[in-house]
Design a protein around this ligand. Sequence first.
Ligand SMILES: NC(=O)c1ccc[n+]([C@@H]2O[C@H](COP(=O)([O-])OP(=O)(O)OC[C@H]3O[C@@H](n4cnc5c(N)ncnc54)[C@H](O)[C@@H]3O)[C@@H](O)[C@H]2O)c1
Length: 272
Amino acid sequence: MSGLLKDKVAVITGAGRGIGQATAFLFAKEGAKLFLCDLDKKPLDETVSKIKSAGGIAEGIVCDVTKKEDCKKAMKAGADLGNGSIDILTNIAGITRDKILHTMSLEDWNFTLNVNLTGTFLCIQSAAPYMRDPAKEESKSGKIKTRSIINISSTSARGNIGQVNYASSKAGIIGLTKTVAKEWARFNITCNAIAPGVIETRLTQVRKEGEDFGIPEEQKQMIKMLQKQTGLARELGQPEDVAKVALFFASDLSAYVTGQVLTVAGGMIGTI
Ligand SMILES: NC(=O)c1ccc[n+]([C@@H]2O[C@H](COP(=O)([O-])OP(=O)(O)OC[C@H]3O[C@@H](n4cnc5c(N)ncnc54)[C@H](O)[C@@H]3O)[C@@H](O)[C@H]2O)c1
């Protein structure tokens, strides 16, 4: 452990699986006190207990980021770990419901926009009393801590066949990120986004019968071929690749960086 996040309190949504889980493991290794949220209790509990058995500090709560009351409860409990202050908010919860535009139901559109975009908005708004308010207090003594918000966009924000709902939600996250960066800069709160390409998680596994997420087998093969022929020498991107960039935005290494969107796509043509 190099202690990049020593004593910082970090809230992470979507921490039960994939990128959120990898981020939780890495932040814990770097000394953060973690408050983890996920819709699904079992993977959330597993993440918390793995961190604890490795000697880290973590608590968790089931939270649906589309529900304002859940978000408020989660942020308050997260702040309780830090005497009323949250240092890092990492909004990772997200979902896909892919369909081409002319077959996309309003339900699938609203569902995806709600989880990805509204969920991120609700978490940031609910964290305001624990990020903005402590900063106001600190400003009286002239020394405001650096706090950070990290959102997850996607290379799909630039448009992707079959993802009109997802692409719109992830493009919205860029606007949200840049606005928070401007509104909260005076409180020394940075707000940046990561735009992953294709990362191996539940969302990019070959779609199973009866599941709403995942991708067709042929698409997965095509992505692997593209990576091999045009990307960095690697099979596919892993959750840890994104977690490391989240660590940069969460740590004081990026204390003078805000409103940025960093692509993490291994140089693969088609995603960058
Ligand atoms: N995997 C990729 O290739 C990729 C690429 C670009 C962006 N992303 C984004 O990265 C983020 C993490 O995705 P992942 O690939 O790790 O997927 P994942 O499915 O492995 O993990 C997402 C987690 O979010 C949780 N979640 C879903 N809806 C929620 C809700 N309403 N409230 C709280 N938690 C909820 C899930 O239970 C799950 O544990 C998402 O925002 C996703 O859009 C992923």
